[in-house]
Design a protein around this ligand. Structure first.
Ligand code: ATP
Length: 201
């Protein structure tokens, strides 16, 4: 099978996430997209996200949008409160799914910070990468050159253009906080869960 890991804070999951997962699944004939909320994001260590179990519920709701989408708790918080590193997640998935072709799905902003991630070179060897365009984040060759990829690494990075969903979880949280249900930007099951549990108020 062709399987993509799609990690993120997902606080909350929104139409941008659904759009990129759908586009990636269509373009790369993915059988599964594994939505993996991150327990403790190493590059967002000073933030205070919504508790993991609630984000997990929201991601489960978002995954109702497409039968290829599955929520996984593979990146649940570590009992010792240490950050969740994608290199560890992909290493575990490689061991669990030795017969499958693994992809790592990210938006442009995440990919452009790759050199700040733990073990970037190993990350590029553990999976093929699908990088999706995001408004405000340039994926031009000069921008990519800053990542200093070898030709072999560059061949494992697939850029998916044409997606231009100008939505972020940060702006959504602000709107939700002031009472806007954000039906235009949230998958319906996610909007319903947020309303039922009075989240982000
Ligand atoms: P925040 O605003 O809180 O930083 P976010 O909207 O960027 O959140 P994350 O859950 O951190 O969402 O993102 C998970 C992954 O989805 C990342 O790889 C990110 O680049 C990608 N992503 C999120 N929103 C978009 C979007 N609108 N277009 C393309 N990629 C996106």
């Amino acid at each position: 099978m062709r399987i993509a890991l799609f990690g993120g804070t997902f606080d909350p999951p929104h139409r941008g996430h659904i759009a990129i997962a759908t586009a990636a699944a269509n373009a790369f004939a993915l059988d599964r997209v594994l939505f993996a909320p991150t327990g403790l994001q190493p590059l967002k260590i000073d933030t205070n996200p919504t508790p993991f179990l609630i984000r997990m519920k929201l991601v489960e709701a978002a995954c109702q949008e497409d039968p290829r989408f599955t929520a996984t708790n593979i990146d649940a918080p570590d009992p010792d409160q240490s950050p969740n590193y994608t290199v560890d997640t992909l290493t575990s998935l490689t061991a669990l799914l030795p017969e499958d072709t693994l992809f790592n799905l990210v938006g442009a902003d995440s990919f452009l910070s790759l050199r700040q991630w733990r073990s970037p070179d190993r990350l590029l060897s553990l999976a093929e990468w699908i990088v999706v365009t995001r408004p405000g984040h340039s994926l031009t060759e000069p921008a990519l050159a800053l990542l200093a990829l070898t030709p072999e690494q560059r061949n494992r990075v697939h850029i998916l253009t044409g997606i231009a969903e100008d939505v972020s979880a940060t702006s959504l949280r602000i709107r939700l906080h002031i009472g806007d249900p954000c039906h235009d930007l949230l998958p319906e099951p996610v909007a319903a869960y947020i309303a039922l549990h009075h989240l982000y108020r």
